[in-house]
Design a protein around this ligand. Sequence first.
Ligand code: 13P
Ligand code: SF4
Length: 316
Amino acid sequence: MKKSAITRIQGVYRVQDVSGIVDEILHLKEKKNAIILAHNYQKSEVQECADVVGDSLELARAAATMDGDVIVFCGVDFMAETAAVLSPDKTVLLPAPDACCPMAEMITADQLKLVRSRHPGAAVVCYVNTTAEVKAESDICCTSSNAVAVVNSLDADTVIFVPDRNLGAYAARFTKKTVLPWEGFCLVHDRYTPAQVADARRLHPDAVVLVHPECRPAVIDCADHVASTSGILKLVRTLPEKEFIIGTEVGILHRLKKESPQKTCYPLSPAAVCVNMKKTDLVKVRDALVSMQPRITVPDEIANRARKAIERMLAL
Ligand code: 13P
Ligand code: SF4
């Protein structure tokens, strides 16, 4: 079947036949014994050629457990780093080497060490959206789908939560522990406002509002449900309602349409685009498999400590 993608060439959007390049990728994938992992925010055509499309937790689990010699990570740098930490024997490729997560850059290992030294006895929970160096300084990692369970699993009464202040505040709602959040945020989710939710509800009065926990507390207060990207996909699949307002990055709409064609999903904002998640395209995936570059590696000393924090989360 002919496969197509919408691409922007010299400022003009056009529909492009991508069947040829998809066939090349499938052939290379087999030849190199590679698996392709793609985040739910990736471009539709990239999601379509992946072995696993998922949220951060599902992709970390896939990286840790799936067979193959090579992981092609269609996402952002911290995700590929996590895969490299969990699968040190595999070659991990990040087709778009400049695909970073600005939130993950908002705290350094030295800053975390300093905060930790001010709260002896506190546990450190790091969101998976952090560098391997920051994970190496943390007690346990978490993702948007398990932050509450991770915080509640700890013995300490005080938890330093980095770097997402919004996810930290969300977890704090469901625990008796004192949560000390770092002042980081996601450039995409932190921009939603309660006024946008109110406008969307006026336009679609029967729709259920689903938002990601990276949203501000005031937006979370206006939502019907709060969930990770794969949690949102599940809610749309399983709830009886027919219309949904989706408060997360627009890349998720591809899977929503594919998996729940009988439901109608409206983006809370069509401008909710993570530019870094969109840096990966089929040409870069193909080129990465040809050249086996750009490769992501993490020095052993850091990887060994970061692995403890990630594996502790995966064991929960
Ligand atoms: P999840 O897919 O784990 O919900 O994470 C969203 C995100 O922003 C990843 O960078
Ligand atoms: Fe980072 Fe936000 Fe983009 Fe996720 S959506 S990669 S948290 S900037």
